[in-house]
Design a protein around this ligand. Structure first.
Ligand code: FAD
Length: 380
């Protein structure tokens, strides 16, 4: 291959590019990124990046790749038979190999997104806006009690700001962690002074020129200066519609990681067949998966990769606890609390058909490698 293009200059795209070079690929590398930033880490954006004295988030290694960087302009289409990445009115990028790593975009709150004081959190520019807004010590409402909403609530409480967290489930993080672990997380939020409104949805934000009130679906009106919609994300695949690639809640790849001959996909945007799910496809929004699948995409393009079938894992930070998972977790599985301490430490395992498919812990990290081994063995 003489030229490999990478669409999406995030962690998955960078990891693919680094692995290509590591494997000795010495052809052209073209990195096409919608943001003007070189690859950076998003996880700190809901955590330490918002606290005083935070450092930078740029990922190391981008400058050493010998790549061309076409940043600040998204890929707008894919000419699959012609092997060209389209970029609106800009010249297309012809490629021999392509990595699709365009990630996801945050869902906003339709009708209220344009009101000053409504800030979604996905990218570095969002986090900078949010950080600037926090300097005025606002009353904050967070819509959505998933990972980003819950982490953000914890970080803002560390700053001593008044925070209302609104979640549509009976507990926070119900979908990814299930009721029992969600109840522990609810306890942590309450113990740290978060005003938790569960079983509710934010409908709109209103105010004279900027956010002053947030309206919930039960008619409650919350006074607020800042609303952060943390309502999940959608895969960035609109630009691929009509390209001929299979899109089904993400770019579908085969078990080798390829979406088409010469085209791999990786990271938050990619959906792959998983042994843990009996061969059904899954897509995860976890950092370590983005890095691992990015590297795998490089190997797939060079024809040296095996099957991509990892046991997924994620981490998240809440009030000084590091939550760490392995395997599949969530409301869809039977949850067993193996340990639950009054200080918020816990260990939970998830089962399907009486087999362990996943585990999550805060404070019992040393137990996770055994779960990983068990799950890997069961589903190999
Ligand atoms: C606030 C926050 C906190 C998080 N915390 C954690 C955590 O604690 N633990 C964890 O495991 N995960 C966490 N994540 C998730 C993790 O950051 C993602 O899994 C990871 O960034 C995915 O990497 P990616 O390269 O697939 O996608 P992204 O990081 O989204 O990068 C994709 C890049 O492609 C660009 N792009 C989009 N469309 C186009 C286009 N058409 N053309 C060109 N470029 C395009 C995007 O602008 C972006 O720069 C967090 C995410 C957020 C937002």
């Amino acid at each position: 291959m003489r030229r490999i293009a990478v669409a999406g200059a995030g962690p998955a795209g960078l990891s693919a590019a680094q692995e290509l070079r590591r494997l000795g690929y010495d052809g052209e590398l073209v990195m096409v990124g919608a943001e003007r930033h070189r690859p950076y880490r998003r996880p700190p954006l809901s955590k330490e990046y918002l606290l005083p004295g935070a450092g930078g988030v740029e990922l190391p290694g981008a400058a050493d790749l010998g790549a061309s960087w076409l940043l600040g302009q998204p890929a707008t289409g894919l000419d699959l038979p012609g092997r060209r990445l389209l970029r609106g009115r800009l010249p297309p990028v012809a490629y021999d190999g392509l990595v699709i790593a365009t990630g996801v975009r945050a869902r906003g709150l339709p009708g209220s997104d344009a009101l000053p004081g409504v800030v979604t959190l996905r990218g570095l520019d969002d986090a900078r806006r949010l950080r600037a807004a926090l300097a005025t010590r606002p009353r904050v409402v967070i819509a959505g009690a998933g990972f980003v909403g819950s982490e953000l609530a914890a970080t803002l409480r560390t700053l001593g700001l008044p925070v209302t967290l609104v979640g549509s489930g009976r507990v926070p993080l119900r979908r990814p962690l299930g009721e029992r672990v969600g109840a522990i997380v609810a306890g942590l939020h309450r113990a740290h002074g978060v005003d938790l409104r569960l079983g509710r949805r934010v409908r709109a934000a209103t105010g004279g020129g900027r956010v002053e009130r947030v309206h919930l679906d039960d008619g409650t009106v919350l006074p607020a200066d800042l609303l952060v919609p943390a309502l999940g994300a959608e895969p960035e695949v609109d630009w691929l519609r009509g390209s001929g690639l299979r899109l089904d809640g993400g770019v579908v790849v085969d078990r080798w990681g390829l979406a088409a001959p010469g085209v791999a996909a990786a990271g938050d945007v990619a959906r792959w067949p998983s042994s843990l799910l009996g061969g059904r496809t899954t897509r995860v929004e976890h950092y370590s998966n983005a890095v691992g699948q990015g590297a795998h995409a490089a190997r797939a393009l060079l024809g040296v990769g095996g099957r991509f079938d990892p046991v997924p894992s994620f981490w998240c930070h809440l009030y000084g606890h590091r939550l760490q998972s392995v395997g599949l977790t969530g409301a869809g599985y039977e949850t067993r609390l193996v340990a639950a301490e009054p200080d918020g430490r816990f260990l939970a395992e998830y089962r399907r058909d009486d087999r362990v498919v996943g585990a999550v812990t805060a404070g019992f990290l040393r137990r996770l490698p055994d779960y990983r081994k068990l799950i890997t063995k069961e589903y190999a």
